[in-house]
Design a protein around this ligand. Structure first.
Ligand code: 13P
Length: 289
């Protein structure tokens, strides 16, 4: 069923778990993640990132996601991940998304706050929940070194962490429902061992009256993920680990198959493997319940 996103956030807070927000770039991935959530009887957030527009155009995939959510046996939130252009954010509204990340974190604080406050008023009047970010999340592409998602080189990742006083002020000013929090994770594969600053996360949690979100779920050790959930994380964004998982098995299948191999057979391998990855993450995030 298409979830009431506010109810799901409240339920996660009450029962000390985190929702998995998993990026949806292909139909196989979405079918797999819904099956995984249904088998675990857990809520799910299907996340569509603006950066994946070329693979999954929002005007085509958005209505399909909403329809799939309606038909699912568990509550499903349809979420826009990292909507950086206002026009794109409005496209998500028009396509029935029930949760939207408007990402203005690269802008100066005042401008970030002003834009998010204005959008949150509109979104709330339509029953849509809003995620925004203060601090920056780096992206690490193995072999290319570390850089923030906006291409700024980083020497010290801590400089980009969310500051508790700023987070508190931002949440009060904007009225957002979810705050993306930078405390040690990166998008993509980790170049170095992740070491989350759980103490900072707890400080942020104490001074903010909204759900906290951890981006960059891939590569974080199980114990640290669970500590993050105990520290107040109510949604974990996850993609890379699932997105790269099918390649090896597909490569093997192609190499060992003598007869012509249909694409639907390859897609089915991808679905099964992504389903297992999604299932692992969803069940881990429910662990503290
Ligand atoms: P990973 O790809 O590192 O799992 O992170 C996904 C993410 O944070 C999307 O916003």
């Amino acid at each position: 069923m298409l979830a009431n996103p506010k109810e799901i956030l409240l339920d996660a807070e009450k029962n000390n778990y985190a929702i998995a927000g998993i990026n949806a770039t292909t139909l196989e991935a979405v079918i797999g993640m819904i099956e995984a959530a249904e088998e675990l009887d857990a809520p799910l957030m299907i996340s569509h990132a603006q950066s994946h527009e070329a693979y999954a155009p929002i005007d085509i995939f958005g209505p399909v996601f909403v329809d799939m959510a309606h038909k699912a046996k568990v509550p499903v939130i349809i979420h826009l991940d990292h909507g950086v252009d206002y026009n794109y954010v409005i496209k998500a509204v028009r396509n029935g998304f029930t949760s939207i990340m408007y990402d203005c974190a690269h802008l100066p604080y005042e401008e970030n706050s002003r834009r998010i406050k204005a959008f949150t008023e509109i979104a709330h009047s339509l029953g849509i929940i809003v995620e925004a970010e203060v601090g920056l999340m780096p992206s690490n592409i193995v072999g290319q070194g570390g850089c923030t998602e906006y291409g700024v080189a980083i020497d010290n990742i801590r400089e980009y962490y969310t500051k508790p006083d700023e987070a508190s002020r931002f949440v009060d000013e904007t009225g957002i429902d979810m705050l993306a929090t930078s405390f040690g994770t990166v998008h993509g594969l980790f170049v170095e061992e992740p070491d989350l600053d759980i103490r900072l996360l707890k400080e942020i949690n104490e001074v903010t009256a909204c759900a906290l979100v951890m981006h960059g779920g891939t590569g974080v050790h199980e114990e640290q993920l669970l500590e993050a959930v105990s520290g107040g994380i109510r949604k974990v964004n996850y993609y890379t680990g699932m997105g790269i998982a099918p390649a090896e098995a597909i490569g093997r299948k192609i190499a060992e198959t003598k007869d012509p191999l249909y694409y639907h057979e390859i897609a089915d391998i991808a679905k099964s493997i992504m389903k297992e990855k999604a299932k692992y993450m969803i069940s881990l995030l429910q662990n503290n319940k």
